[in-house]
Unconditional design. Structure first.
Length: 367
């Protein structure tokens, strides 16, 4: 495949890994990837095994994983309400809340539908005027512009039965929270998907204020290894800037049209993150002009008291404080077939990646 196979070349990967190992022989350097797709790719291609002197931590890069139990319980409560159709992307179906999940509610008769585009939810609302359709807006800056576009379309169509539950999150405030907690990180692999939308400006504070190097990385093994090499180069030269290692997709200014739509519909607000508490200016709230589409302001619901599993350490894993192997449930009480926490559910979850690929498994001739 053009522009895919070229970035999976085993020989190039091994050469890059050797350069990184030779350059970083002063000791273990700790880097954090802030994207669930990076986490999965690192595990899939055995990148950790190629870099014995580099410690790779997984950060809060999985939007499903960072969604709090209280927000999941609220989604489940909506699904139980009469006359409601829940539209959601597939990963959210299996995430356990305090006592249930959307999958269990659907099995009990709730109308929960998996959609592949948020515009499918608008279409469902248009075709079911007697029902209230709620789209579960879970995601980072990558997907939130598409949700904004759906609200703009519903506004133009004057739909009165389309609503959004906005559990969107913004990555930079979460990164600041992690750094302020004192997690020792030498450099960040920034999320290529997010930066495709936002550009790099929102991350400059990490390099300028915390003096930590940052590189925007793509998702193929050569992308990741090249970006790690750029970080190592910054560290060795005592520099801290935001570099783009994914130039075929990311521009410094980002996607101006997507940002315009995002800013038209949403404003930043405080929101709760799993294991991290409420972080100021880290969520997206629907603006007053479009508040008739905000389900929290238009549909009342009773939510059960939130309970967190005492042995699940997803919150600590998302902050780079623990690894999946440090969880007593990992691989025994918590598996993809019977998940206790969202880190084992999502296709971008750290526990799911480690369970599926072992973290160091050979795949496709690399590792």
């Amino acid at each position: 495949m053009k522009y895919v196979d070229e970035f999976r070349n085993t020989e190039v990967c091994l050469k890059l890994a050797a350069k990184i190992s030779n350059a970083s022989n002063a000791g273990t350097i700790t880097l954090m990837e802030v994207c669930g797709t990076h986490t999965m790719s690192i595990a899939r291609y055995g990148i950790k095994n190629l870099l014995p002197n580099v410690k790779l931590l997984s950060g809060p890069g999985c939007p499903v994983c960072v969604t709090s139990n209280s927000q999941i319980d609220q989604m489940i409560a909506y699904s139980r309400s009469p006359g409601i159709i829940i539209a959601t992307f597939g990963d959210m179906i299996h995430v356990p809340g305090s006592t249930s999940s959307l999958e269990k509610e659907r099995a009990s008769g709730a109308d929960v539908r998996i959609v592949y585009s948020v515009m499918d939810a608008v279409r469902i609302a248009k075709n079911n005027p007697d029902k209230r359709v709620i789209f579960l807006g879970v995601g980072f800056e990558t997907t939130s512009p598409t949700v904004a576009a759906s609200i703009e379309k519903a506004y133009r169509l004057n739909l009165k039965n389309y609503f959004v539950f906005s559990a969107h999150k913004l990555i930079p405030p979460a990164m600041k929270t992690i750094l302020d907690k004192g997690v020792k990180i030498s450099g960040f692999l920034l999320p290529g998907h997010v930066c495709t939308i936002t550009g790099t400006e929102d991350f400059n504070f990490i390099a300028n204020e915390y003096r930590i190097p940052c590189v925007v990385a793509g998702f193929e093994p050569i992308d990741i290894l090249y970006s790690i090499w750029l970080l190592i180069h910054q560290i060795e030269n005592k520099r801290s800037i935001v570099e783009i290692g994914y130039k075929r997709a990311v521009k410094k200014e980002g996607n101006l049209m997507a940002k315009k739509s995002l800013n038209e519909v949403f404003k930043s607000s405080a929101t709760e993150w799993r294991g991290m508490g409420t972080i100021a200016q880290s969520g997206l709230e629907i603006k007053e002009k479009y508040e008739k589409f905000d389900v929290e302001k238009n549909v009342e619901v009773r939510v059960e008291p939130t309970k967190n599993h005492p042995d699940c350490i997803c919150g600590s894993i998302l902050q780079g404080l623990c690894t999946p192997e440090e969880c007593k449930l990992f691989g025994t009480g918590c598996t993809p077939e019977n998940p206790v926490g969202p880190c084992m559910v999502s296709s971008e979850g750290t526990c799911a990646a480690r369970y599926k690929y072992g973290g160091y498994k050979r795949y496709g001739g690399i590792g």
